[in-house]
Design a protein around this ligand. Structure first.
Ligand code: MN
Ligand code: MN
Length: 464
């Protein structure tokens, strides 16, 4: 090789750019492929927050975690978990350092955009039976028509028993869908702005077309659908008021690309961080600081409710830990640091003009560290301090984790928020870190396996 010029040497020393892992460390692909087999299973098993919690608990128990007992006594290396109302999950490995030196928090969310059933969803129109929905989280409504949907959820019957519903996941199951117009008759619909391509009240799900055989019944198609649900689950129309039923894409996680370099699936925002965080938690033995791995609900609608991070459930959990150690919780929080683990928008060459290329994250360049999120002048953002940025970058570089910086699109192009500000609210230094995603919030999101793998490595380094 030719000797480097002075300028080349200086440039190497003074400039910085993020490498493409596929070029710089292609061998990582073997481990990434293997890791993502477990990830795809997690995505298929957990299409709702409740299912993610159940599957998460199964993995934790298999790996020696026990339900957290606030009256218990724990030693370094002990592993516990705590479930909040079936929809959020916290896991901890006790550390060697005393608790007053702080905990290491890693928070991801397990709710994803979807179509929720309304409380009184069922109706019949022109001999077809439908379910009314109200979408949950930010969706581009036109993407949710003519895509196979599965029905997931829980119903609490009058007698207090809970029934779990899942239709559309097994190969022999029927699926459901929202219909759309044919091109031959869509001239007027084509004139609508894209955001109204399908309107909120048009996201009605077709569930049946055959009638119950009785000329005296007013809505026989709806009745047959109710009868079938009643036979299978023992529920009646009134039970929908005591239910949470989510319509989610029925498609399974799959490898994408001839090189199988990407995972395509529903709900990778933010189950990609949930899975990597959970695996890092499980694989951490005898950490320096006690870990607090959070898989939370309700991020997509602003972290609201008792299972979202705007509630005090995490504070109360850390309070329980502090009570055990007989120290005030504020001392623990002040010395803690948190990764708010969530996805970012990967640069999409197909729509390049919404990104600022110097500050976007890219597929195959590793996990993305975000100093701030928010919109219109960082509004609603945590805006991490330089000190915590330095601390986290040092952890990543020590382990040789591939990482990149990322902003969510151009200034004033749009924006978004994460759980970061709710953790920071507890007086905990927090920074956002996650995985670049293509087609975020769509029924079929894409993530790079190399990025998923390096995010797991980042979380593991953060705990060790
Ligand atoms: Mn998210
Ligand atoms: Mn989201």
């Amino acid at each position: 090789m030719a000797k480097k010029t002075k300028g080349q040497e200086l440039a190497e020393k003074l400039t910085w750019s993020t490498p493409n892992i596929g070029k710089k460390a292609p061998k990582q692909m073997n481990k990434a492929q293997k890791f993502c087999e477990g990830y795809k299973k997690f995505l298929d098993e957990g299409k709702t927050e409740r299912e993610c919690v159940r599957y998460g608990v199964k993995l934790l128990e298999k790996n020696g975690y026990r339900p957290f007992d606030a009256e218990g006594k724990y030693q370094p290396g002990d592993k516990v978990y705590f479930v909040n109302r079936g929809k959020s999950l916290i896991a901890t490995t006790f550390g060697r350092e005393p608790l007053e030196n702080g905990v290491r928090i890693n928070g991801a969310h397990i709710d994803s955009p979807r179509l929720d059933l309304k409380p009184n969803p069922m109706y019949e129109k022109e001999d077809l039976a439908y379910l009314k929905t109200h979408y949950y989280g930010g969706i581009r409504k036109y993407q949710w028509g003519v895509t196979p949907l599965a029905m997931h959820g829980v119903v609490f019957k009058k007698d207090g028993t809970a029934v779990e519903i899942s239709i559309g996941e097994k190969p022999q199951d029927p699926v459901f869908c929202v219909t759309d117009l044919l091109p031959h008759l869509s001239a007027r619909q084509n004139e609508r702005p894209l955001k109204e391509g399908l309107k909120g009240e048009e996201l009605n799900i077709l569930i049946g077309s055959l009638p119950f055989q009785d000329p005296e019944v007013k809505e026989p198609v709806k009745l047959l659908a109710l009868q079938l649900l009643n036979e299978q689950y023992g529920i009646t129309e009134a039970d929908f008021y005591r239910a949470e039923i989510e319509m989610v894409p029925a498609v399974k996680a799959a490898d994408v690309g001839l090189d199988r370099s990407l995972v395509g699936a529903y709900g990778q925002d933010d189950r990609v961080c949930a899975y990597t965080a959970l695996m890092a938690e499980i694989d951490t033995q005898m950490p320096e600081h006690t870990t607090v791995t959070i898989l939370t609900d309700k991020e997509e609608i602003g972290s609201e409710g008792t299972t979202g991070l705007n509630s005090d459930y995490v504070l109360h959990y850390i309070e329980d830990l502090a009570d055990m150690a007989q120290i005030p919780v504020r001392r623990v929080l002040r010395n803690s640091i948190c990764l708010s683990s969530d996805v970012n928008a990967a640069y999409d060459p197909n729509f390049a003009d919404v990104y600022e290329s110097n500050n976007s994250c890219y597929v195959n360049k590793g996990c993305v560290l975000m100093k701030y999120t928010g919109s219109r002048g960082k509004g609603g953002s945590n805006d991490a301090g330089a000190e915590i940025m330095a601390k986290v970058i040092a952890i990543l570089e020590k382990e040789g984790v591939y990482w990149q910086a990322g902003e969510l699109g151009k200034v004033d192009e749009g924006g978004g928020g994460t759980i970061a500000k709710y953790v920071a609210h507890m007086d905990v230094d927090t920074v956002d870190l996650g995985v670049p995603i293509l087609s975020m919030h769509s029924p079929f999101e894409l993530a790079s396996k190399l990025d998923v793998w390096n995010t797991y490595r980042a979380f593991k380094a953060f705990y060790q």
